[in-house]
Design a binder for this molecule. Structure first.
Ligand code: SF4
Ligand code: SF4
Length: 343
């Protein structure tokens, strides 16, 4: 699709539901509702909150109840379209799909997911992107459409029946034949992008083993002392999905609502159970849970880590605890010589 056709393409997509896309505000990016294509700004590496906010919102009501009855509150039917989703965040949605649409289907997630159209967009890395290490810098499925932006045109990839339907509708905006020259431009762009990654996670392939073999590492204590238990890392991480459920009774004691809200294993009381027993009263134990779950336990259950290398923990943890500093410290602790560490 030539770039000139892009505004028309956005107009066509807007007819499918409520459109959201990346918008720049005070040097930061977030997915906001788009009224006009000119509000879209694709020149970004990461939004503060990932598109998980469209499928697992930070807080929502699931039930309204009165003294002798209750009504379930399901998300409404309006389709939501999110444009500008990067490969790492699409991988994160695939991880969430496996969790929430597996053997036990979460009805709230399922409804939102069914009504979500994902239009991916290519990106270039900065020094916080570690998706090349996690193998999530490219994506082949999990989207409806994906736009790879080249000099004068977009390559439009179709990833689902919904996406195909849109592509068919947009037929007069698209060129079916991709020339040899355009293919070469795409290959050059991919090679250049690949060489732009400057940050990687050391020993990523066997990091899970290092965590396992050195389970009582002192590294956790050091990070635990620094951690503020603020929960930012979970809020921004596109794969963090823990939630808690709260029943609120109104003042008249006759009615109430049930709310579900995002939680974080780094917060105090996260592991508190009946009888006031807290399994992880200290920050060290909670932080260790966060990173061992992401980088080790998850692999045992699903065959891949639940870090997609988006760099948000690197950008937003106020005390510099993130997937790089943690894995570096774990790795350096076990490598005998600087020479081995540097490999
Ligand atoms: S690791 Fe960082 S972002 Fe996460 S809770 Fe601790 S201080 Fe906050
Ligand atoms: S752990 Fe950090 S880099 Fe990995 S997915 Fe979560 S926020 Fe992104």
């Amino acid at each position: 699709m030539s770039k000139e056709k892009f505004p028309e393409f956005v107009e066509l997509i807007k007819n499918k539901g409520k459109l959201f896309g990346p918008v720049k505000q005070k040097e930061k990016y977030s997915y906001e509702e788009i009224k006009d294509y000119s509000e879209l700004d694709f020149d970004f590496q990461r939004t503060i909150i990932s598109p998980k906010k469209f499928i697992t919102p930070a807080k929502y009501t699931t039930l309204r109840f009165v003294k002798f009855g209750q009504t379930e509150v399901l998300p409404d039917d309006e389709p939501q379209i999110v444009m500008g989703v990067h490969p790492c965040d699409i991988h994160a949605i695939k991880i969430l799909d496996r969790l929430f649409l597996g053997n036990i289907k979460d009805p709230y997630y399922a409804k939102r997911r069914e009504n979500l159209i994902i239009i991916g967009h290519s990106c270039l890395p900065d020094d916080k992107c570690v998706c090349q290490s996690t193998g999530t810098d490219m994506v082949e499925d999990g989207f409806d459409l994906f736009l790879t932006e080249l000099d004068d045109f977009y390559l439009l990839w179709v990833g689902s029946d919904k996406g195909l339907g849109i592509a068919i509708e947009a037929e007069n905006l698209l060129e079916e034949n991709v020339s040899e020259e355009e293919i070469q431009e795409y290959v050059r762009w991919q090679q250049e992008r690949s060489s732009m990654f400057t940050t990687s996670i050391p020993s990523y392939k066997y990091l899970a083993d290092i965590i396992h073999l050195n389970y009582d590492s002192e590294v956790w204590e050091q990070f635990g002392e620094k951690c503020l238990s603020c929960g930012t890392c979970s809020l921004v991480c596109p794969t963090c999905n823990c939630f808690h459920v709260d029943d609120k009774i109104m003042m008249n004691a006759e009615e109430g609502i049930r709310e579900r809200m995002l939680d974080s294993c780094t917060l105090p009381y996260y592991s508190m159970v009946a009888g006031n027993h807290d399994f992880r009263p200290d920050r060290t134990a909670r932080l260790k849970l966060y990173y061992t779950h992401k980088l080790k336990e998850y692999i045992g259950r699903w065959g891949q880590p639940s870090c997609v290398g988006c760099g948000r923990c690197i950008a937003y943890c106020p005390v510099d605890i993130n997937v790089i500093t943690v894995s570096n410290a774990l790795f350096e602790e076990v490598c005998e010589t600087q020479e081995v560490c540097d490999q």
